[in-house]
Write a protein that binds this ligand. Structure first.
Ligand code: 5AD
Length: 327
């Protein structure tokens, strides 16, 4: 019954485009919210993210960590520092730790193994977000016990992709996502709203690509210009379009975990909460130590002092305010 309802509602490209362009989107929001309530209840998953290194080999035109940006101090947290922070987040109650970094094929696998085993040994899940790596690396990381991996496709349009990336290709990106799935990672992709050259049609294709990959997770966020990147003068993405894309993602992927992206909250605090009414069911919280957090600016954002336990309590309270239970 539920499946039939879903199929009757908004699945093909033409309908997605029409919905994204429509003046009144309220019925789609309503549907996305209903599906989210059916598949996720009133629960919101809270994830702690440790940005353990900003060293990056890639030149992505939108990202403040791109290899051409000489203005930032590059860092690599030590094993001890990562484990200490992870432990603090676990004690505060987080059940998933996201370990994110710039892309660096010199990633230290033995060190990752010890960190992953420390975290999973406490009964807590590890999500990795470390970019494109050779298949053998992914296999090893999976064998160490990490069970989720985030790698956004960023845009499904090949020419846009090539314009904003000095390295790699969309085909390689999608191949990595398929490899991650094959290896047995819960796999997350996602994309940005507001990239140069992007149209409503591109966003429809982005959404359909999430479905084609069979994503278990998808992060959709507005582009925010960073002053030390080639896209510094490009306009920021629309928060309304971002929420619409999240709602459609929920309808296309009823069971997926869809975070409210941090960038949405950066552009507009209210929108961050509003996204939970559009089908989102995950929130990520930075727990990167203060001495590193400002060197990890993918896009410009004011980051207040981080207090792991207190911040988590505040999110739980904020979620309670909208009738959600943060776990
Ligand atoms: N604005 C918004 N999101 C960005 N990301 C990178 N740079 C920006 C930016 N300027 C997103 C990308 C990447 C994730 C870690 O952050 O989607 O995958």
């Amino acid at each position: 019954m539920a499946v039939r309802q879903r199929e009757e509602f908004l699945l093909n490209r033409k309908e997605i485009i029409e919905a994204l362009k429509a003046e009144d989107f309220s019925q789609v929001y309503k549907r996305a919210k209903e599906i989210c309530e059916r598949t996720k209840g009133n629960v919101v998953y809270m994830r702690a993210i440790i940005e353990f290194s900003n060293v990056c080999n890639r030149g992505c035109a939108y990202c403040g960590l791109n290899k051409y940006n000489k203005k930032i101090r590059r860092y690599n947290m030590t094993e001890q520092e990562i484990i200490e922070r992870a432990n603090e987040a676990i004690l505060a109650g987080y059940k998933t730790i996201v370990l994110q970094s710039g892309e660096n094929v010199r990633i230290d696998l033995p060190k990752m193994k010890r960190i992953i085993q420390f975290i999973t040994g406490k009964g807590v899940a590890v999500t990795l977000s470390c970019g494109e790596l050779p298949r053998e690396y992914y296999e090893q990381l999976r064998a160490f016990g990490a069970d989720r991996y985030l790698l956004k496709h960023e845009t499904s349009d090949e020419s846009i992709y090539n314009n904003i990336h000095s390295d790699g290709s969309l085909k390689e990106r999608v191949a990595c996502l398929k490899t991650l799935k094959e290896i047995g990672f819960e796999t997350g992709s996602g994309f940005m709203i507001g990239l140069p050259g992007q149209s409503i049609e591109t966003i429809a294709d982005d959404l359909l690509l999430l479905k084609e990959i069979g994503c278990d997770m998808a992060g959709i966020g507005p582009f925010i210009p960073h002053p030390d990147t080639p896209l510094r003068d490009h306009e920021k993405g629309s928060t309304e379009l971002t929420k619409r894309a999240v709602a459609i993602a929920r309808i296309l992927l009823p069971e997926a975990n869809l975070p409210v992206t941090t960038s949405l909250g950066v552009l507009d605090k209210k929108e961050r909460l509003a996204a939970f009414d559009c089908g989102a069911n995950v929130i990520m919280k930075k727990v990167t130590p203060d001495e590193y957090k400002d060197a990890y600016q993918i896009y410009p954002a004011e980051i207040p002092e981080i207090r792991v336990e207190e911040d988590r309590k505040n999110i739980v309270t904020m979620l309670e305010g909208i009738g959600k239970k943060g776990v």
